[in-house]
Design a protein around this ligand. Structure first.
Ligand SMILES: Nc1nc2c(ncn2[C@@H]2O[C@H](COP(=O)(O)OP(=O)(O)OP(=O)(O)O)[C@@H](O)[C@H]2O)c(=O)[nH]1
Ligand SMILES: [Mg+2]
Length: 326
């Protein structure tokens, strides 16, 4: 078989952001009405069959790693081989935004050569956040159990991924971690080759985020993550509207607000050695103003809740029937 196993995007993306979806090459069935829990695709993503967890043991604990790429041709092969050295059973979805340097072609070649790899193509640079959202949608439709976010620039250590995957909990175990973050800012975590200015920006941004939003997380901007699919599926991801770093903060906040446990596993994060960072002033500003707005909205909600509670307590305390009788 010589066709490239290029993935089509989730159906809700069609006709919106991507006009050049290569569905003809995708060999991905039209599954608009398939609930991911009831009807699942086979491992290769080709064809559909109805499978229940009881009838297919291979469905257990399947992991999809999503790597968004924009101009990462020098990094992608190294990162992918490190990934499979450490987690050989994982599947990989590369979401490329029409990289001018030809990263998309490399992704297609990988998808052609390795049945674990899928490549999705979008027409323009639409941002890291939206790349992960389409990747999540694709993975949820296909019934993966764990969805991983990982950068293509070599900053995220694949050797820590097995620990992260072991730390992710199970839906059936109440309170078990639904999100595991590869964290630079917990004991044992570190950054290598980062300019002091980047370290200060990241540390300060995380302190600000923690204080403004009251999140019990040390590295809420981190992009190396493993999510329990059931927890992601229960969120309304259609309302996520974050482009850069704040996408990670947004997702952390949503998981915590949904009552999920978030765990941080220390990682050693390395500055990319080749290629260019896509971090920009606009991305930092987006994170700052969004975190500030979210923080203000949360505080306002807390104050409203406290006032409502006080009024309710007074009403109860003030009613004659509620007074202790002597
Ligand atoms: N598909 C897609 N991928 C992107 C986009 N922007 C960045 N990426 C990828 O997202 C990952 C993270 O991007 P980086 O440039 O390393 O940015 P960063 O990790 O936020 O910033 P640094 O801390 O400077 O590394 C890399 O794999 C990029 O190729 C985008 O618009 N679309
Ligand atoms: Mg990076």
């Amino acid at each position: 078989m010589t066709r490239a196993r290029t993935a089509g995007p989730p159906n809700r993306e069609e006709g919106s952001t991507d006009t050049s979806v290569r569905r003809a090459r995708a060999h991905v069935p039209d599954d608009a009405d398939n609930g991911w829990q009831s009807k699942r695709h086979n491992q290769a993503g080709r064809g559909t069959r109805t499978i229940t967890p009881e009838t297919d043991n291979t469905m257990s604990n399947r992991t999809l790693v999503i790597i968004p790429t924009y101009n990462e041709r020098e990094n992608l092969p190294t990162v992918v081989s490190a990934l499979f050295d450490n987690v050989p059973d994982a599947n990989l979805l590369i979401v490329d935004d029409g990289s001018p340097d030809g990263t998309g072609g490399i992704a297609d070649q990988m998808a052609h050569d390795d049945p674990r790899v899928f490549a999705m193509h979008r027409t323009g640079k639409l941002g890291l956040g939206s790349a992960y959202l389409v990747g999540f949608g694709w993975g949820l439709e296909r019934g993966y159990d764990i969805l991983v976010e990982m950068d293509a620039d070599g900053s995220h250590p694949a050797q820590t991924l097995p620990t992260m995957l072991e730390t992710v909990g199970r839906e059936s175990v109440p309170g078990s971690p639904a999100l595991v973050i590869g964290s630079r800012w917990v004991p044992g975590g570190a950054v290598v080759n980062w300019p002091k200015s980047r370290e200060i920006l990241s540390r300060a941004g995380n302190v600000y985020t923690r204080v403004a939003l009251g999140l019990p997380v040390k590295d809420a901007t981190a992009g190396f993550r493993a999510y329990r699919a059931d927890a992601l599926a229960a969120l309304d991801l259609t309302t996520v509207d974050s482009y850069g770093y704040c996408f990670q903060v947004d997702m952390t906040m949503r998981m915590i607000d949904a009552g999920h446990t978030v765990r941080e596993v220390p990682i050693v994060f390395r500055e990319r050695e080749v290629g260019e960072s896509k971090m920009s002033r606009a991305i930092v500003l987006e994170a700052m103003w969004k975190v500030t707005l979210w923080g203000a909205a949360r505080r306002a909600r807390q104050v409203r809740a406290a006032l409502t509670h006080r009024t309710a307590s007074r009403a109860v305390g003030g009613s004659p029937g509620s007074r202790p009788t002597r």
